[in-house]
Design a protein around this ligand. Structure first.
Ligand code: ADP
Ligand code: MG
Length: 343
């Protein structure tokens, strides 16, 4: 059974960035407004995430890392109306199978916090009082300690640096979509990046990408006209570069500056990216690459019952039921903002 467990855990948790993503989403699901992420040795020795969220109720702590335990959905119906990032109850248990995990938590009802040490099956093996304030701190030590080949694949190679870059990119996406969130990333005791709480998405873009990258951005909004009463309209909010501006002025070290979200979830939607890219390619046929890859942010809101985020364990690839309509809406927005382009 331990082998089966290890195998399935490997699929959810296959890198540092997966661990960070799962723990960050748990913190966001708990309503945290302040999250501190600390890595040591690129996360392979230690990943620690501290949040100021709701904490874990005493009744839940014994089972929190038990495979498939989740406090977030109760019925299949809930699955159709997902508002939380997590719902499969897979992450904490899977991380326990491949690392040493301790969870410290305190709710507003608890007089004092408790630190729980978990074993590789996700069971609590010991607990002791903790002085930490309200919220949850998850500490993950020695990632892949029982998977030497995988550990070796990363550690002492430049792969571990790539992981750190991926973590930074991931945090950027959440920083942009969650203006109210305060975030810090520390590596080997050095603060690599931090973002303060801000009031809106433009400020969040500025805090994340720098003032130059957002100086030329204009807000866009599109609501698809209601086709029928049964179809809730698709709503798109975001930022596009001002028409005709030279985006190369807004240079940034990040070549991939197109941030796409569906219902506040950062996603890799190749088709949507393609529509956006093609439009800028048509606008700037032979110009610098920067003009063709300008900073763009799109948050697409669709009824949650029409999104299937279960496609891949990390939930970044999603299935859109009405993808054709979503692509058409993005296209309409681009055309109405920039004109039909050269294409
Ligand atoms: P899921 O997020 O799919 O519910 P997880 O394995 O990620 O599953 O977490 C299991 C449970 O542990 C959650 O449902 C939640 O009750 C609790 N939990 C985990 N992390 C936190 C956190 N940072 N704050 C509050 N509760 C948490
Ligand atoms: Mg989760």
């Amino acid at each position: 059974a331990d082998t089966v467990r290890l195998l399935s855990s490997c699929q959810v948790i296959n890198s540092v960035v997966n661990v960070v993503k799962e723990l960050l989403e748990n913190s966001l699901d708990a309503g945290a407004l302040s999250i501190d992420i600390k890595l040591e040795n690129y996360g392979f020795d230690r990943i620690e995430i501290r949040d100021n969220g709701s904490g874990i109720k005493a009744a839940d702590t014994a089972v929190m890392a038990v495979q498939h335990y989740t406090s977030k959905i109760c019925s299949h119906d809930d699955l159709e109306h997902l508002v939380t990032y997590g719902f499969r109850g897979e992450a904490l248990g899977s991380i326990c199978a491949v690392a040493e995990v301790a969870v410290t938590t305190k709710t507003s009802e608890d007089d004092v916090g408790t630190r729980y040490t978990l074993d590789l099956t996700g069971s609590v093996v010991s607990q002791k009082p903790s002085h930490l304030g309200q919220g949850t701190t998850v500490c993950v030590l020695k990632l892949f300690k029982n998977l030497p080949v995988r550990r070796q694949y990363y550690v002492n190679t430049k792969k571990c640096k790539e992981e750190l870059k991926k973590v930074q990119d991931l945090l950027m996406a959440y920083a942009i979509i969650k203006p109210e969130l305060r975030l810090t990333l520390t590596h080997n005791k050095v603060v690599l990046w931090q973002k303060a709480k801000v009031s809106d998405h433009r400020m969040a873009l500025m805090a994340t990408l720098g003032p130059n990258a957002v100086a030329h951005l204009l807000p866009v909004h599109h609501q698809q006209p209601e086709v029928s009463q049964t179809l809730t309209p698709i709503v798109i909010d975001g930022f596009f570069p001002r028409p005709g501006m030279d985006c190369s002025l807004a240079s940034s070290s990040n070549p991939d500056k197109t941030f796409i979200f569906v219902n506040d979830r950062p996603v890799h939607q190749k088709d949507i990216l393609k529509v956006v890219r093609q439009h800028f390619l048509a606008q700037y046929p032979a110009d610098s690459a920067l003009n063709r890859y300008p900073t763009v942010m799109l948050n697409i809101t669709v009824p949650s019952s029409t999104v299937d985020v279960n496609l891949t364990p990390d939930k970044t690839q999603i299935l859109l039921q009405n993808k054709v309509a979503v692509l058409a809406a993005v296209e309409t927005l681009l055309v109405s903002f920039y004109g039909p382009g050269l294409g």
